[in-house]
Design a protein around this ligand. Sequence first.
Ligand code: HEC
Ligand code: HEC
Length: 282
Amino acid sequence: MNWLNDNVNLLGLLGAAAIIIITVFVVGKYIKQIKNEKSTGELVGEDWDGIGEYKNPLPIGWSLSFIGTMVWVLWYFLIGYPLGGYSQIGEYNEEVAAYNTKFESKWANPDEQTLLGMGEGVFLVQCAPCHGVTGDGINGKAADMSRWGTELAIVDTIVKGSKGMGYPLGDMPAGMLDKESATAVAAYVFEKIAKAGKSKNSDLVATGEALWPTCAACHGQDGKGMSGSSPNISNYGKPEFVVDVLNHGKKGDIGTMPSFNDGRLTDIQKLAVGKYVNSLIE
Ligand code: HEC
Ligand code: HEC
């Protein structure tokens, strides 16, 4: 009998048995009293067709609970909610904030390995539902992390445009350049603006530079986004850019990535998951 090994089940059964026994006992006592006892108490004056009412003093336990309830109501109203401004949500938020402060100070200076581990943990919980456990984006549901951050992804962005981050300049329009020119600009952006390493199309960097003014109109000559008017693409492919995307949110062809700027992740967790996402770039 498996269920007897469960302490909670056992306690529940004992409780039920106790309730039945007490109920039988109490009901029996009162039935006996109704049958046998002649009343001895003092009656109040009124008499309704032969039915009288006893002068019973209030039971002490009842009176105490009644007064206690009043005191509690006053205390709760004045000290707690609403006059004292107490709320469970407030308490919850305070606890989370206190925890986060502790968390931030504990992990203030993590080494590379710790950061990557933390990033992987965050990714599997917060990002994998849309981006897939391996970060492949689950058939285009979300961005493919092995492609994002590469030159190819910059070409995609120029051809398809970019939306959803809510920068003052709005969305980046699609189709500003044809694929060939986009490939050249991507080479320039990858190598010279983001300084992400040697471009696969190094021979196109000069052509790309000549086309850069198309982009500099919004991203600034240095690509830094003209004081927050558009994203700082000199960070493109780096953890800082992932953090920027997480703070803003993003729209794709299929869906929307909500902003993570709601306290779900601490700053160090955003940076960690940014590093992890970077490690997925091919
Ligand atoms: C009309 C202004 C404008 C022009 C011109 C422009 N961009 Fe953008 N760009 C933006 C804005 C705004 C965003 C952010 C859009 C969003 O996702 O909300 C952006 C985003 C980006 C991103 C980041 C995309 C991502 O994955 O998040 C890259 C890379 C980029 N632009 C490169 C370029 C390049 C290269 C050019 C030149 C061919 C260019 N942009 C031209 C306004 C512009
Ligand atoms: C609700 C689904 C969803 C969740 C959860 C989600 N994303 Fe996204 N993410 C998207 C979508 C949709 C896009 C846009 C894809 C596209 O470009 O078509 C995107 C885009 C991105 C991009 C590329 C942005 C760019 O500039 O092109 C990065 C980087 C990213 N997500 C990282 C993350 C990280 C890190 C997490 C976890 C902290 C996360 N995402 C959680 C749906 C999600």
